[in-house]
Design a protein around this ligand. Structure first.
Ligand SMILES: [Zn+2]
Length: 424
């Protein structure tokens, strides 16, 4: 199980409210801000949403009446006036099921719409076993977790409203399929989203695992730390980019950030799983270093943590190559923060220190004067954090919130079946 509160509150993005302003957008905005934990009273919501007081008040009353929001005590107001009602998402509003799948295991979790982690487990699996075996395991384990969460934490039936799955390879999020993932034989074009939608009867979000980490990290640190570039150095090397607006940059086909297969100056001609030679992933990943040293990645972590000279040297060399790549990316994108994550940074600061020295030496001052280059603040839970953000934003989106509000709830619950209308 996770410690009781392993993750800080994660900021959720509200849909843009300019232009067309129908009630679905207003309800979505208010619900997401409350789920964010940033605005928990009507008075907080007015400036946070950028909406008129009466509009916010009507939306809050509507969400309370329909049971998606509930009153959660009061909070003192500054200066005069009675304490303000504190708003929270109802624990019965729905659950989001999460699977952050790595090459050798998956973090699986169930959260409610207020970001509470209700159940969590780590399931060992091997993505090279193919999609049928791996997804069958994930379905069984997630269903069991969901069942447990309902029994132990919500005392009654609460529907799964979305599933978010991250995979360690390139994915087409629109089609819901992996696209020629180098380390996942048999997964190309497999209908991952369609299968999980069938299994759980709710929308499915498919994302690349490093993108999930990037998003989780970006929403856990202050908003001025974006654009944020996340570089994961593990079995392979991957990148994820969060824009200044706090959303993932996918590029035209979803391949943005797939930096493992670029070549940097001075890299040896090692063959890569992608068919090319000299890719950064083939020469500087934890996988590449451990192959060279004849050990496993976890043995490499132990050697590095213990200060073994050979392992330290190998990591320093890798850091030099990764630093060259990061310096180029810093010039191109001018991120506010570069986060280095993955198994090697968990073991020691050597990689981060090596990358940092190259970046500050190579990149020009304008791109680095405010740059923060740091290890992941969420560690191995960064991917789950990103999945929480995508899942709750999806459930509380203008497109989906009507489903939650209109659904037939348990007997006696005040949620009506009234369809969402458009504001007069
Ligand atoms: Zn390659």
């Amino acid at each position: 199980m996770l410690p009781s509160s392993p993750l800080p509150p994660l900021r959720l993005a509200a849909p843009p409210v300019s232009g067309r302003l129908d009630s679905a957008i207003t309800l979505s905005t208010v619900a997401r801000l409350v789920a964010s934990g940033t605005a928990v009273s009507k008075a907080d919501l007015v400036p946070a949403a950028g909406l008129a007081r009466t509009t916010v008040s009507t939306a809050v009353d509507d969400l309370l009446a329909r049971g998606l929001l509930r009153l959660d005590g009061t909070r003192p107001t500054v200066g005069r006036g009675r304490p303000a009602d504190r708003l929270a998402l109802s624990p019965r509003g729905g659950h989001v099921l999460l699977a952050d799948v790595g090459a050798r295991g998956a973090h699986l979790a169930v959260v409610d719409l207020s970001q509470r982690v209700l159940a969590h487990t780590h399931a060992p699996l091997d993505v090279t076993d193919g999609p049928d075996a791996v997804l069958a395991t994930i379905e069984t384990r997630l269903a069991a977790l969901h069942h447990r969460a309902k029994q132990e934490r919500t005392a009654g039936d609460v529907l799964a409203r979305a599933v978010v799955i991250g995979l360690p390879g390139p994915v087409d999020g629109h089609l819901g399929v992996p696209v020629r993932p180098p380390i996942m034989p048999g997964w190309h074009a497999y209908p991952v989203s369609a299968r999980l939608r069938e299994a759980f009867g709710c929308p499915v979000v498919l994302e690349n695992d490093v993108n999930l980490r990037a998003l989780g990290e970006a929403r856990a640190v202050p908003a001025d730390q974006a654009p944020l570039l996340f570089v994961k150095v593990g079995t392979g090397i991957g990148g994820g980019l969060v824009t200044r607006e706090g959303v993932l940059h996918h590029g035209a086909d979803g391949a943005a950030g797939d930096i493992g297969h670029v070549r940097v100056r001075g890299a040896p001609d090692e063959a890569c799983v992608c068919g090319n030679v000299g890719c950064i992933e083939a020469v500087a990943s934890a996988g590449a270093i451990s192959r060279r040293l004849g050990c496993t990645i976890s043995e490499l972590q132990t050697l590095v943590a213990r200060g073994d000279a050979g392992a330290q040297n190998a990591v320093r060399e890798a850091a030099g190559l990764i630093g060259e790549l990061v310096a180029t990316l810093v010039h191109f994108y001018n991120p506010a923060r570069v986060t280095i994550g993955g198994s090697l940074t968990a073991a020691s600061d050597a990689l981060l220190a090596g990358v940092r020295s190259v970046v500050y030496q190579r990149a020009l001052p304008l791109a680095t004067r405010n740059l923060v280059l740091a290890a992941s603040t969420l560690g191995e839970y960064a991917g789950l954090a990103g999945a929480i953000v995508l899942g709750i934003e999806r459930v509380l989106s203008a497109e989906e919130i009507g489903t939650v509000l209109g659904a037939d709830r348990s007997p006696g619950a005040p949620l009506g079946a009234r369809a969402l209308g458009t504001c007069p």
